[in-house]
Design a protein. Structure first.
Length: 369
């Protein structure tokens, strides 16, 4: 791969901690090596640490791409945070709670934190920002400690190839967001400031489910009209979900919404789109798909939470039922093309009631993959 710069800019200063050395975390570390004198890249995986330290590569996620010399790997979280002026958390959603717990007591009160994690936590259906707030307690709600959210169309392999992307940087403290955007912006990653981190995460989580449905439709050769309909209905349902969890439904019109939907639902570089094609009998076996299948877990957890909120998302439920083998793909068409029911949006209960309902199980009684 080629396209990104080398990270040897002598004019930059400061230290950035990137938590998570997966595909997106490693890509962010490489990008930000141009903006910071040093990037501390944390991974709990000894093999990944040794490869990055010795060969400046992370072939599991970025093939033969060479990491800049000022990206410093570590397997110790405290070392990653040492001297850092900002931390970017890019771990899978299932690891968010563990990282949030580990963060407590390790970083200075005013260290800005940006969550680049998408998805819903297994068994609770909580977004990563909600998990972060829950683990941090009252301190996590102070303006200086409130985490920001990075979300948008950011296919890592395109960025590594030198193709630009635009993403949303959202947070409740406008001054913190502006400062973080100035630090993190890069010629290949343009950041748009936004006020709604919760809505941004809601959009970033649900698009993985609809991407599986779009991949399935593509694998079945249903055509572009159906693809467009699935994306439109998915955005509509995502707006309802974002509002139900306490976000701004208008977030679907930002890079974290429609931008991420178009990229993830339509690109063969999208892991979840690829999973949909495999379900349609195209491509390789499930085991050969690179990366984590966020769509399978997110679909189940989103349904769990929607039912607790009294919110009906017909297309999301149809996609999950096909993934679970309970229905044929045609139910996706029926759900996408059905007239919207006005009561579906009005029936949801307020987010604070969610805490009393997290033990609910999906109605189909199926397990995630």
């Amino acid at each position: 791969m080629s396209g990104m710069t080398s990270g040897n800019n002598d004019d930059v200063e400061g230290v950035l901690a990137v938590i998570g050395a997966g595909c997106w975390g490693t890509t962010l570390a490489v990008l930000e090596a141009d903006n910071f004198a040093r990037v501390n890249l944390y991974t709990p995986e000894v093999d990944a640490y040794e490869e990055i330290a010795r060969y400046h590569s992370n072939e599991r996620y970025l093939d033969d791409y060479r990491l800049p010399a000022n990206v410093m790997p570590t397997t110790v979280l405290e070392r990653a945070l040492d001297g850092a002026s900002m931390a970017v958390v890019a771990v899978p959603s299932h690891a968010a709670r563990q990282i949030a717990g580990d963060f407590r007591g390790l970083f200075a009160d005013r260290l800005p934190v940006v969550l680049a994690t998408k998805g819903l936590e297994m068994n609770t259906g909580l977004l990563s920002l909600e998990v972060w707030r829950q683990e941090m307690g009252p301190a996590g709600k102070r303006g200086s400690r409130e985490a920001m959210v990075l979300s948008g169309p950011n296919l890592a392999r395109e960025i590594c190839g030198g193709m630009p992307a635009v993403s949303l940087l959202a947070g409740v403290a406008a001054a913190d967001v502006k400062r973080a955007a100035a630090w993190l912006s890069h010629p290949l990653l343009s950041l748009r400031e936004h006020h709604d981190p919760l809505g941004a995460q809601a959009a970033g989580a649900l698009k993985n489910v609809y991407a599986v449905g779009c991949g399935l439709a593509r694998g079945l050769d249903w055509g572009d009209n159906v693809m467009g309909t699935l994306i439109w209905r998915g955005l509509e349902e995502t707006a309802n979900f974002a509002e139900a969890v306490g976000g701004d439904p208008a977030v679907v019109m930002t890079p974290a919404g429609v931008g991420d939907f178009v990229a993830t639902c339509g690109s063969p570089l999208s892991r979840n789109h690829d999973l949909g094609r495999i379900l349609a009998g195209r491509g390789e076996t499930k085991e050969d798909v690179r990366g984590v299948r966020e769509g399978a877990q997110t679909a189940q957890e989103a349904l769990r939470r929607c039912r607790a909120l009294g919110l009906e998302l017909g297309l999301l439920e149809a996609i999950w039922s096909v993934m679970a083998g309970a229905e044929q793909p045609r139910v996706m068409l029926e759900a996408a093309c059905a007239p919207a029911r006005p009561e579906a949006r009005a029936r949801h209960r307020w987010p604070e009631q969610w805490a009393n309902s997290i033990s609910l199980k999906p109605g189909m009684g199926v397990a995630s993959e």
